[in-house]
Design a protein around this ligand. Structure first.
Ligand code: 6PG
Length: 477
């Protein structure tokens, strides 16, 4: 066997694994990959750019043997038991100090378990979120590693080279969209919340699309023009950008717009649901993310919805007022609700950082989300300056600059919610964002009554506004 000459190994050569390896190779790293499907190894080699060193290994053993020590290996395999099974296959092949990276969307509690397991075997383990889809993996993703600091230092040059780049704060240099996300399973935790925010923003965009289409009455070309214009202004973002492209795509089979031929049942792989579940455990309120998960679930009940539609016959009211004005209000409402969605996710990270002892650097989270990832948007610049001012900001809505934007736009969100309710168009995401804002900015919530009820039927006690302590009343029964 030749001297080990490869710097990075990948297990799982699906499109993400292959593209990440090719990206590394383009940056001068000698890379080797393995997949049980030999055709994927061949495809890896044939896709390599000229003058790069890329190899597909026939076996896991062959790949491991050709890696320089300490070996750096990433798994990009489906989250769940397959990750454990790959780790078990690797164990007899590795040596003390080698580094295993899980770059998939693993559940962070699985990552915690794997960290402990691999620490006992004297192996480094990094749970790492990678965002940006196929294109991001090839051209520059946003990368969220967490856990083992020594391993991170070792991986830093490669990860910085392959990540997306954004202009640095001083506007001169560019900086990489990768940073250490905190202790233990912080990498996967941050990626989970990234996806929760992704779910919320996608839900909001779909609602605004629905109002523009059904209430304002725009066709797909007009919708494209609206989203294109929005993407050129303060609402510039990856998700708005792809939405404008989607609206122009024709269907090969029918020549209709493809979007109109797609069944309205949403899939999901679970990261949004985990965000909601984990938020409830912390606890921290995330109503817009919860609602985004719920609406994907609702979409699956197509048959019941069809029956109910025939039973209740909801008739959408087309808007008869000033349509241009409504389109501007929709822009502002979406902008406002998008900020409220980020605020919910970031507040969750703030709480989790302390409660779960992960020390998540929020200023770095928003900084590396500025490029490469699915939720990249010009808003991330605003959030980056907010965390620069106060790295312990518990809620983005408490930042003065953000407050100024929300103060200006919230009336549009309120108006759009009214119009949609009136027109019978479901906008659960927009409504929940507005309710989040209204409750977060309410000094006195009606929860005093809930406390009274709890004490009435269950002697659960309550606190008073004028004295310390907990109290129980023998209510007049
Ligand atoms: C990303 C995406 C990516 C993936 C999601 C889709 O950041 O690149 O979030 O991780 O597309 O897993 O999730 P759903 O299938 O749950 O929508």
């Amino acid at each position: 066997m030749d001297n080990p000459s490869f710097e990075f190994g990948m297990i799982g050569l699906g499109v993400m694994g292959r593209n990440l390896l090719l990206n590394m190779a383009d940056h001068g790293f000698a890379t080797i990959g393995f997949d049980k499907d030999a055709a994927k190894c061949t495809l890896l080699e044939s896709s390599a750019s000229p003058n790069t060193k890329v190899k597909g290994a026939a076996t896991l053993k062959e790949m491991v043997q050709q890696l320089k020590k300490p070996r750096k290996l990433m798994m990009l395999v489906p989250a769940g038991p397959i990750v454990d099974s790959v780790i078990n296959d690797l164990l007899p092949l590795l040596e003390t100090g080698d580094i295993i990276i899980d770059g998939g969307n693993s559940f962070y509690k699985d990552t915690l378990r794997r960290i402990t397991f691999l620490q006992e075997k004297k192996l480094h383990f990094i749970g790492m979120g990678v965002s940006g889809g196929e294109e991001g993996a090839r051209k520059g993703p946003s990368i969220m590693p967490g856990g083992d600091l020594e391993a991170w230092q070792n991986l830093k040059p490669i990860l910085e080279a392959i990540s997306a780049k954004v202009p640095a704060a001083d506007g001169k240099k560019e900086e990489p969209c990768v940073a250490y996300m905190g202790k233990a399973a912080a990498g996967h935790y941050v990626k989970m919340v990234h996806n929760g925010i992704e779910y919320a923003i996608m839900q909001l965009i779909s609602e605004v699309y629905s109002i523009l289409k059904n209430v304002v009455g725009l066709n797909n070309d007009e919708l494209h023009t609206v989203f294109k214009k929005w993407n050129e202004g303060e609402m510039q973002s990856f998700l708005i950008e792809i939405t404008k492209d989607i609206l122009l795509q024709k269907d090969d089979l029918t020549n209709n717009s493809l979007v109109d031929m797609i069944l309205d049942k949403a899939g999901s792989k679970g990261t949004g649901k985990w965000t909601s579940q984990e938020a409830m455990d912390l606890p921290i309120p995330l109503p817009t993310i919860d609602m985004a998960v719920a609406m994907r679930d609702m979409s699956v009940y197509k048959e019941d919805r069809t029956t109910a539609a025939a039973l209740y016959k909801p008739k959408i009211k087309v808007y008869t007022g000033d349509k241009e004005k409504l389109i501007q209000q929709l822009h502002d409402a979406l902008y406002c609700a998008t900020i409220l969605s980020y605020a919910q996710g970031l507040a969750m990270l703030h709480k989790a950082s302390a409660t779960l002892g992960m020390d998540i650097p929020l200023q770095d989270v928003v900084r590396i989300w500025r490029g490469g990832c699915i939720i990249r948007s010009s808003l991330l610049e605003t959030f980056t300056s907010a965390f620069k001012k106060d790295k312990n900001l518990s809620n983005m809505l408490l930042n003065k600059k953000v407050a100024a934007i929300i103060k200006k736009k919230q009336s549009a969100l309120r108006r759009v919610v009214q119009i949609s309710a009136n027109a019978k168009v479901p906008v659960a995401g927009l409504m929940s964002a507005l309710s989040y804002f209204d409750s977060f900015t309410t000094e006195k919530m009606p929860t005093n009554l809930i406390q009274a009820q709890r004490d009435y039927f269950g002697a659960h006690t309550y606190q008073r506004t004028d004295k310390e302590g907990s109290f129980h009343t023998d209510w007049n029964r």
